[in-house]
Write a new protein. Sequence first.
Length: 149
Amino acid sequence: MRSVIYSMGVSLDGYIVGPDGDITVPPPDEEVWRLVTEEIREVGVHLMGRRLYETMLYWETADQDPSLDDSEIEWAAVWKPLPKVVFSTTLSAVQGNARLASVRKQAGPRFKSECRLQPPGNVDSISRDCAKSGQGGRMVVGLYLVRNP
C-alpha cells in the first residue's frame, strides 16, 4: 500500500485559513520554495478539494508569467505534470493534469479507491475531508507542515 502524506501550510500562529476562509498566504521565500519543490518531487499524485484546486489553477499556466523567479519556475515545472484528483460536489469539469472524482456524500471510500488507482509514489493530500477519511482507513502515514511566514 502506498504512503499517504497529509500536507498543509500554516502560519506562525498555527492558522491554515484566514477569518473569511481564504487560503491565500504570503509568497514563500526561496528556502521554502526549494523545500516544497523537493517534497512534491516524491509525490505520485495529489488529492485535493475544490477550493485548493481553484487556488492552484494558476500554476497550470504560471510558466507563461515573466515575473516568476527561478524557484517558482522550478515549482511550476514539477507541479504542472503531476497527476491530480479533485474531490468536489460542485465542479463538473477540471483542467490541466487533473481528474474529477465527484463526491456525493463521503469522500472516504472514493479516497481509498483513488489511492489504489494512482501511479507509483506517495499520495499527497491537502483536503481535510480526504485526509480524515484516509486516516480512518489507516492510510495516512505522515503529516507535513510548512510554516510560512
